[in-house]
Design a binder for this molecule. Structure first.
Ligand SMILES: NC(=O)c1ccc[n+]([C@@H]2O[C@H](COP(=O)([O-])OP(=O)(O)OC[C@H]3O[C@@H](n4cnc5c(N)ncnc54)[C@H](O)[C@@H]3O)[C@@H](O)[C@H]2O)c1
Length: 314
C-alpha cells in the first residue's frame, strides 16, 4: 500500500509514518517544510514532498507524482493556531481539505482518512458525548472539522471514495507542538521531566479527553484497515482517558516530587477548553473496528518518560 500523509512533518505524521513503514507500506510525507532533523530515523525510509495544501495545483501535482492508494489528511492549523491566524486556518483546514479529497477522487485513491476532533462538538454536550450528537462548535477549528466530516461523507456516498474519520481527543506525547488549545496536557508532563517549571493556563479542575500518541497511531491503522462491510458509518469518536489538569499534576508529582507546576488560568483559553466535551462515547468504534486504547493516565506518563529518556540517550 502506498500512503500519502499530508501535514507529515508535524507531531502525528512522523509517528504514523513509522508505524506504516514498520509493516511494509511505502510512505510519502507532504508538508510545507521539513525542519532539519525532524524525520530522524525515518530519513531514507520515506519520500518527502514539499507542497502547500491550500494551493490546489500543488496538491494535484503530489497526487500525479505519487499515485497513493490511501491518504491520511493531517495538514491543519490546530485550535490555538486557528484563533491566531483565521485566514490561514480557513485556507489550510477548509480549502486544503477540499483539495486533498478532490485530489483523491480525481486520482482514484481508495481510502481517505481524516482526524477530526473533540473540538467539533460545542458547549453543553452531555458527558459522555454520544457519537451522534449535535455539532455546534464555537471555534473556526471545530467548524473546519465538522466541514471535513460532512464533506467526506458526501464523497463516500456520491463517488464511492472510502472516507473514514476518528474524532480524536487531545493527543499527548513527545514531539507535540503548542498549536492546540489542549497542549497544556503535554507540557505539564514534559517540562517537569526536563527539570523546568510550567505554568498551566487552565483551572485545576479542567477535564478534557486525552489519548496517548501510541493509541492514536494504532487507531489510524485500525480504522484504515477495517473492511468496509464492518463499518456502520464514516465518523467515529474515540476516547482515551479524561483526567482533570490537577490529576495530571498529581501523576507527574508521583514521579517528579519537586515538579514546579502552577495554575494560572487564562480566560480566553479556558473558555475554549470549557466548550469541549468531558468524555466521548466510543461504543461504535469499539463495536465496528475494534477500538481498544491501551494507555490510561498512569501508562501515558510512564510512556512519556520512557520516550524522553530514550530520545536523550540516542
Ligand atoms: N494533536 C492533537 O491533539 C490532535 C487532536 C485531534 C485532532 N488532531 C488533528 O490531527 C492532525 C495532525 O495534528 P498534529 O498534532 O500532528 O498537528 P501539527 O501541528 O503537529 O502538524 C500539522 C502539520 O501540518 C502542516 N501544515 C500546516 N499548513 C500546511 C499547508 N498549508 N500545507 C501542508 N502542510 C501544512 C504543518 O507544517 C505541520 O507539520 C490535524 O489535522 C489535527 O487537527 C490532532
Amino acid at each position: 500500500m502506498k500512503a500519502l500523509i499530508t501535514g507529515g512533518a508535524g507531531f502525528l505524521g512522523p509517528a504514523l509514518a513509522r508505524a506504516l513503514v514498520k509493516r511494509g507500506d511505502s510512505v510519502v510525507l507532504l508538508d510545507v517544510a521539513f525542519p532539519e532533523g525532524r524525520l530522524g530515523d525515518l530519513t531514507g525510509k520515506v519520500e518527502t514532498h514539499v507542497a502547500n495544501v491550500a494551493i490546489f495545483s500543488e496538491v494535484l501535482e503530489a497526487f500525479r507524482r505519487h499515485r497513493p492508494d490511501s491518504i491520511f489528511h493531517l495538514a491543519a492549523l490546530l485550535s490555538a493556531g486557528a484563533i491566531a491566524s483565521p485566514t490561514e486556518a480557513y485556507h489550510v483546514n477548509i480549502d486544503g481539505f477540499f483539495h486533498g479529497i478532490e485530489g483523491a477522487r480525481l486520482f482514484d485513491a481508495k481510502r481517505f482518512i481524516f482526524p477530526s476532533s473533540v473540538a467539533s462538538f460545542g458547549p453543553g454536550a452531555p458527558d459522555p458525548t454520544p457519537n451522534e450528537h449535535d455539532q455546534k462548535p464555537t471555534t473556526l477549528y471545530g467548524v473546519s472539522k465538522v466541514f471535513g466530516e460532512r464533506l467526506g461523507e458526501y464523497y463516500q456516498g456520491t463517488y464511492g471514495l472510502e472516507f473514514r474519520t476518528m474524532r480524536l481527543p487531545s493527543v499527548l506525547g513527545p514531539g507535540r507542538g503548542g498549536g492546540g488549545m489542549s497542549a497544556y496536557s503535554t507540557f505539564m508532563i514534559e517540562r517537569p521531566i526536563r527539570g523546568e517549571p510550567y505554568d498551566v493556563y487552565c483551572r485545576e479542575e479542567t477535564r478534557i479527553p486525552l489519548l496517548y500518541v501510541d493509541d492514536a497511531i494504532e487507531g489510524f491503522l485500525r480504522i484504515h484497515d477495517a473492511p468496509r462491510a464492518k463499518l456502520s458509518r464514516c465518523t467515529y469518536s474515540v476516547q482515551g482517558f479524561s483526567p482533570t489538569a490537577g490529576e495530571i499534576a498529581a501523576e507527574v508529582r508521583r514521579r517528579v516530587p519537586d515538579a514546579k507546576i502552577t495554575f494560572r488560568p487564562d480566560a480566553e483559553r479556558q473558555k475554549v477548553l470549557d466548550s469541549w466535551p468531558r468524555r466521548l462515547d466510543d461504543a461504535p468504534a469499539r463495536e465496528d473496528w475494534g477500538w481498544r486504547p491501551s494507555f490510561d493516565l498512569r501508562g501515558a506518563v510512564d510512556g512519556y518518560m520512557r520516550a524522553l529518556r530514550g530520545a536523550s540517550t540516542r
